[in-house]
Design a protein around this ligand. Structure first.
Ligand code: AMP
Length: 316
């Protein structure tokens, strides 16, 4: 029963702020222009299977709002999206046969340039917050407006690491969970080793570092232990854009559904996030997750679990 999983739609339980975009993407398997994307949109598309999400974002006057209307049927509150004068954020990217590495061809900030995220009054008591990839100054501004969240998670990318390094460190000091990819961890921490890099960032404040390693899976370091997960073995990867945000959506969506960040919950959330990301890469834009149903998610979670089970040694 899908409605039970998605929450009651009364009050939001997970707040996300980030970009809503028109993406133009080229992969070895095809090319699309001005399709729906953006960190907050990929995240919400995924998280909305498990919890009530409220979005804080901006779009330009050119944005076709009815294209994301389907999210309302999944209890997403879109009233925190403001329409500002100007054009919607645009990103152009390209992938070679190494689908783990996006090459940014063009970033047009447009309405993001003058954006000041306003968290609606009724969102301020929210328990879980995801600061999707956007200017770290804006991420800090969102934290200023929420009261006593149980956990705040953050994602970023090379564009901001290079252009706003100090501001990024300032916001990392204020969060609980950092969700980034391998190259970003190395770039932020200036360490090659994931273990050293994660420890260094934890010394700033976060209690959990989740490192996305594309087709190699996920590395997580918490105060208690390290956890490793593979990626779900897919035959075909079509477009990896949004995989990171879709992962984060499954991860935070589950945490928000369960209501805690115990080690057990974090580990299950990592697998569910990986399951959601594995669907996302099967088609361009938000299409695959948009048409997904809860049975498919459950089946792939079970299939994933079977891939990782093995017994203890029993020497004779
Ligand atoms: P990922 O999950 O890392 O593949 O994120 C892909 C999404 O990030 C795309 O849909 C883009 O619209 C969005 N994006 C690209 N560059 C930026 C940026 N500098 N800031 C925020 N979002 C971005």
């Amino acid at each position: 029963d899908l409605s039970r999983i998605m929450g009651d739609g009364d009050m939001i339980k997970l707040l996300v702020s980030g970009t809503i975009a028109y993406d133009s993407i080229e992969t070895p398997f095809g090319k699309v222009k001005n399709v729906l994307g953006g960190s907050a949109l990929h995240f919400t598309n995924s998280a909305s299977f498990f919890t009530d999400v409220g979005m804080v974002a901006t779009v330009g006057e050119d944005f076709k709002m009815d294209e994301i209307g389907f999210l309302k049927d999944r209890s997403v509150d879109l009233s925190g999206i403001e329409v500002d004068e100007g054009k919607t954020f645009r990103w152009e990217g390209k992938y070679g046969y190494d689908l783990n590495q996006a090459v940014t061809l063009k970033t047009e900030l447009n309405v993001i340039e003058s954006f000041k995220p306003k968290v609606p009054e009724e969102y301020r008591d929210v328990d879980f917050v995801f600061l999707a990839n956007i200017d770290p100054v804006l991420q800090s501004h969102v934290i200023d407006q929420v009261k006593f969240p149980k956990a705040v998670a953050l994602d970023t990318m090379n564009f901001w690491i290079q252009n706003r390094y100090n501001e990024l460190l300032d916001v990392i000091r204020r969060i609980d969970i950092l969700i980034i990819n391998e190259a970003e961890l190395r770039e932020i921490s200036k360490e090659h080793s994931l273990v050293k890099g994660a420890k260094k960032i934890m010394s700033l404040g976060p209690t959990c570092i989740v490192v996305k390693r594309g087709e190699y899976g996920v590395f997580m370091m918490s105060r208690e232990e390290i956890f490793l997960a593979p990626a779900y073995p897919l035959e075909d990867v079509f477009d990896p854009t949004g995989a990171g945000d879709t992962f984060a959506g499954g991860f935070m969506g589950y945490i928000s559904n369960i209501g805690d960040t115990s080690l057990k919950t974090l580990k299950q959330a990592i697998i569910l996030g990986s399951v959601m990301a594995s669907f996302n890469v099967e088609d361009f834009s938000i299409n695959r997750i948009k048409s997904l149903d809860y049975m498919e998610i459950k089946e792939r979670y079970s299939a994933f679990k079977r891939c990782m089970q093995f017994g203890d040694l029993e020497f004779k």
